[in-house]
Design a protein around this ligand. Structure first.
Ligand SMILES: [Zn+2]
Length: 470
């Protein structure tokens, strides 16, 4: 190669590298994501005084400005304060659509509890602050920026990509995903769904530990335990007493453990976590995925609430009420028992077990109907290669060596609404958070600035990897 040719080649390589780096960081997309994030944080979307319709409309305007036709944008909801947005990027139709859900509402935040204004977007010391920065307006902004970028680049996926930004995940009476499923099922019909509001990308001491994909959730179910008694004068105690009867039953429940059980997701979670963690915990994890599982290892891991909740149903007393006067025998005693039921099991089945454990026909067990996230029994979503493959590929590109780990959430998200209706759903958060510094729902909520921009890049790549023409 002549020096001149070499120079030309070197310039070409430099240009190619520069383009490559630019494609990865994409300043314009980062700026856009930042601006959307700020705009959303500063629109109050709490249940008490907020309004998700304002946020949904602001996002619709941005999509229109980016070239989405009116026919691909839907705005609607059960009441004017609880709006939802659904937008569609059309693909070739070679495969069934992907749905991405993310909620617009946030948990209440009182100015006097925070050291800063929760509804003012603040960047400080490497963090973005504000109510919803972690849960989950970061996800809304990331997904919006990806939808806009793909549109502007003229990207044609091999399947439609549907984005649904919704109301009332955190509470309230107008859950947007449930409302869409009931009123506009065709708008959100998909092969599977993604939800950045579930699963964890773990950061520990500033190091990326794992990329989680949440593929199962427990079911939420409250039961009221109730003992009634004829009561009477407290100077004449009787052999039966509502408070003692209920307390005895609760003590039996306290010492009861639901059986150990793994499913496809938790088995994989413990198997992969075993080698990530190593040490004695890693060895115990390895021993519980064996067949048969090691009883000693189960007992040791059961002592840790974080792991215990992942391999058995739990039922725990959370509220207690009894009596009507200091000088009267109690006429009634009640307790609330909150259960988190493993996928594949029903609340009827759990109630039967409770009745057996309480061992007292005088304690009635009454299920409390709730309509929130997680109130319907769901099955784990299968760890499909067409989802796991692209996730592993993109994760390896961005964060080589960081393992992808399937997760089951002991809590519940909007994914449960879709899973209950047969749409597999995967919680993929996209943003690394410090496991020791989880401030979602709490005071001075924040995420790392660098993690947010990495999430912008990640979701753009991930959506493309899931929809690249075959
Ligand atoms: Zn959330």
């Amino acid at each position: 190669m002549t020096p001149r040719k070499f120079l030309a080649f070197a310039v070409f390589v430099c240009l190619a590298l520069a383009t490559e780096i630019k494609a990865q960081t994409n300043d314009a997309t980062n700026q856009l994501a930042h601006d959307i994030f700020k705009q959303l944080i500063e629109i109050n979307t709490t249940d008490s005084v907020g309004n998700t319709s304002v946020a949904a409309e602001a996002m619709a305007k941005r999509l229109r400005d980016a070239g989405y036709p009116e026919s691909d944008i839907f705005l609607g909801g059960p009441n004017p304060r609880k709006g939802n947005l659904v937008a569609r990027l059309h693909g070739t139709g070679a495969r069934k659509p992907i749905l991405v859900i993310c909620h617009l509402d946030v948990v209440e935040a009182r100015r006097e509890d925070w050291s800063i204004d929760p509804f003012k977007f603040l960047e400080k010391d490497g963090y973005f602050y504000g109510r919803g920065t972690e849960d989950i307006k970061d996800g809304d902004a990331i997904l919006m920026s990806a939808m806009i970028r793909m549109k502007q680049e003229g990207y044609k996926p091999d399947r439609d990509i549907i984005l649904a930004l919704t109301a009332d995940e955190e509470g309230g009476q107008s859950n947007g995903v449930a409302w869409l499923v009931e009123n506009h099922p065709d708008l959100i019909a998909a092969d599977f769904a993604l939800n950045p509001d579930a699963g964890v990308f773990e950061l520990q001491d500033g190091k990326r530990k794992l990329v989680g994909i949440e593929a199962a959730e427990k079911t939420y179910q409250d039961f009221e335990l109730k003992v009634t008694n004829r009561g009477g004068h407290s100077s004449l105690p009787t052999a039966d007493n509502a408070i003692y009867q209920l307390a005895d039953g609760l003590a039996r429940l306290q010492h009861f453990q639901f059986p150990f059980e793994l499913n496809e997701v938790t088995r994989e979670y413990f198997a992969r976590s075993a080698s990530i963690l190593g040490g004695s915990i890693g060895a115990d994890m390895k021993a519980i995925v064996e067949n048969p599982p090691d009883a000693g290892a189960i007992a040791r891991l059961s002592a840790m609430p974080y792991y215990n909740a992942r391999f058995r149903t739990t039922c725990v007393a959370t509220m207690l009420q009894a009596g009507h006067a200091r000088n009267a025998l109690p006429g009634v005693a009640t307790a609330n028992v909150n259960c988190r039921i493993l996928p594949g099991h029903t609340s009827d089945e759990t109630m039967t077990t409770l009745v057996e454990v309480l061992k007292d026909p005088n304690i009635s067990v009454i299920p409390i109907v709730s309509r929130g996230a997680g109130s319907e029994a769901t099955k784990p979503s299968p760890l499909r290669p067409d989802v796991m493959g692209p996730l592993e590929k993109v994760s390896a590109e961005l964060w080589p060596g960081v393992p992808v780990v399937p997760q089951m959430d002991p809590g519940a998200s909007d994914s449960s609404v879709l899973r209950a209706r047969g749409t597999p759903s995967y919680g993929v958060v996209g943003v690394f958070t410090d496991v020791e510094d989880d401030r979602s729902h709490g005071k001075d909520e924040r995420i790392r600035v660098a993690s947010f921009y990495a999430g912008v890049d990640f979701y753009y790549r991930f959506l493309k990897a899931l929809s690249a023409r075959q």
